[in-house]
Write a new protein. Structure first.
Length: 246
């Protein structure tokens, strides 16, 4: 039996990268899944996993679509044990050059989407006696980088939203934790970052980029009963990059 046997999870951003890897790992560990993406690639992820997984299109910036995603888990499986708010976007630029459209797009996905996912996960988890919410923040939400002010602000807000959720919902047996990836070599944002600056892969003490599976394995542990006393924690997944002075 896997460490998530019998649990039900909703995973956003499951069409690629860390969301897709998490979906495969959760399925391997015995979870029943409702997965989503805005791109349509969630269908391919579901086909690759096979078995007990439901794929749905979802724009996480729209509350009604997130609510419908959670309701799908309740109607199909009768409960929700884990909510993985993975979906996000990158972008930005210098503060003085940032346009409102760019600001709104990044905030609407990275913060608003996680907020709605958290809100509706709480609603569902209270019906089932508890659960765990795992939010994707970023190392940039802890340590800002040049030209990423809006992105960094959105991810810092996710970290604090996670802590607020842990404080508010702990009495309902709902845990909330955040994963803060550093340089993860995904096919999307990770690939673009490495193409722009290949040295990012070796700046951490381990001297290599992380993988999408690294994030998925951490999420699976946090969603399991083995992590039942871990709550309100913001975890860098960066090979030690964030603790270096330079």
């Amino acid at each position: 039996m896997g460490i998530l046997e019998g649990k039900v999870a909703v995973i956003t951003g499951a069409g690629s990268g860390m969301g897709k890897a998490s979906a495969k790992i959760f399925a391997r560990e015995g979870a029943k899944l409702v997965i989503s993406d805005v791109s349509g690639a969630e269908e391919q992820t579901a086909a690759e996993i096979g078995g007990d997984v439901v794929a749905r299109h979802c724009d996480i910036s729209q509350e009604d679509q997130i609510a419908a995603l959670v309701d799908e888990a309740l109607s199909r499986y009768g409960r929700l044990d884990a909510m993985l708010n993975v979906a996000g976007v990158s972008g930005g630029g210098p503060i003085e050059l940032t346009e409102q459209d760019a600001y709104d797009f990044i905030m609407n996905v990275n913060l608003r989407g996680v907020y709605w996912g958290t809100k509706h996960a709480i609603r569902a988890m209270k019906l089932g006696g508890g659960g765990t919410i795992i939010n994707w923040s970023s190392l940039a939400g802890i340590v800002p980088s040049l030209g990423a002010s809006v992105y960094s602000a959105s991810k810092a807000a996710v970290a604090h939203l996670t802590k607020s959720t842990a404080v508010e919902c702990g009495p309902a047996n709902i845990r909330a934790n955040a994963i803060c990836p550093g340089m993860i070599a995904t096919e999307g944002m990770g690939a673009m970052a490495l193409k722009y600056d290949a040295t990012k892969a070796t700046r951490n003490p381990l001297g290599r980029a992380g993988t999408a599976d690294d994030a998925g394995e951490l999420a699976a542990f946090l969603a399991s009963d083995r992590a039942s006393y871990i709550n309100g924690v913001v975890i860098p997944l960066d090979g030690g990059w964030g603790i270096k002075l330079a």
